[in-house]
Ligand binder design. Sequence first.
Ligand SMILES: Nc1ncnc2c1ncn2[C@@H]1O[C@H](COP(=O)(O)OP(=O)(O)OP(=O)(O)O)[C@@H](O)[C@H]1O
Length: 376
Amino acid sequence: MSQDGFLSVRSIAGAYGATRVLEDINLEIARGEFVALLGSSGCGKTTLLRTIAGFISPTAGSISVAGKDVTRLPPDKRGMALVFQSYALWPHMTVAQNIGYGLKLRGMPRAEIGARVSAMETLLGLDGLGARKPAALSGGQRQRVALGRALAIDPEILLLDEPLSNLDARIRLTVRHELRALQKRLGITAIHVTHDREEAMVMADRIVILDAGRIAQQGAPEEVYNRPTSAFVAAFMGAENVLSLSGAPRGENFVIAAGPANAPGTVPLMGRRLVAGAVEARFRPEAAQLFSAATPVVGPGITFLGEVTAVSYPGGHWRHSVRLAAHEIMADASRAFEPGEAVQVHVAPEALFLFSSPDQTPAPAISRSATGKVHA
Ligand SMILES: Nc1ncnc2c1ncn2[C@@H]1O[C@H](COP(=O)(O)OP(=O)(O)OP(=O)(O)O)[C@@H](O)[C@H]1O
């Protein structure tokens, strides 16, 4: 990440009265980059977006665009456009009037507005719908009108506040790709707020995960998915199986001690800062391999012994609940194991995320909000 991005957010803090909502947010976003702000409900995503847009004043820090400090500028002077979840279209105006609304406010001549609106309609696949009112459009079409209105003013930065969350699941998938393709084609810089992990993964160049008003981790989708730096991020990114293990670093490896459900094992440290003692181990259900108890398991990683307690078929694979000593975990397999069957659960080193227990690493000062539950 470059030191000075096109959009720089430096040490931003935010609060509603005495309630601190954002703490020391630093982001450097390159021109043309698509960044997803991902986090659970109430973690501060919308507050951060609206602070960048200029609708909320930060209590500390600065925001600049192309080297110019915009922290004290009103929203319409920042070269940004915000698209809301609710579309916020004018119901009494036609599609064309809605798209041209910002241009009219800026005093653009009528003929120019007409040309720009029809270019937007073509760009967004709204040709022939210019005379309709929003009530006579589908959700996907309304969302495109809202996008057209935002893009019509030719913003340098597009801010998207869950713009797809009112669309039904199938249209959502299509609009995701349309929006991403459009953003690439226009080379526009975009920040997209979402609590949908998959949406962030497929759309963004970079994912910024917020936890209780702080950046928990940021990086390319594959980086935050495969190398979470905290138990919070691992859980948020779907590694919901959790076990307590203990071990100690030895050279380049972390040696896991035998436990109630596991034989000793060794996994490479791969740059992780683990200390001797208890570790929280996390892995995804799809990252586990299931074997019957009698099958010899070879290969690096760690193997747990357990018993299947339930099996279901969510589609594509069988999902098993498996009891490992005091823990219950989920593991997928291409065939069904029977409830009551003794099984081995093998997790490869790269799929096993280990974190030293919180009491062995200092926790950040801000506490998790009551609404900061993980719902990836
Ligand atoms: N106007 C306000 N006054 C007081 N507190 C607020 C206000 N708006 C938001 N908050 C609080 O600030 C915190 C962050 O809210 P924010 O809307 O930024 O979260 P979010 O991550 O966008 O959540 P969601 O995904 O549910 O939209 C929450 O605890 C929320 O209750």
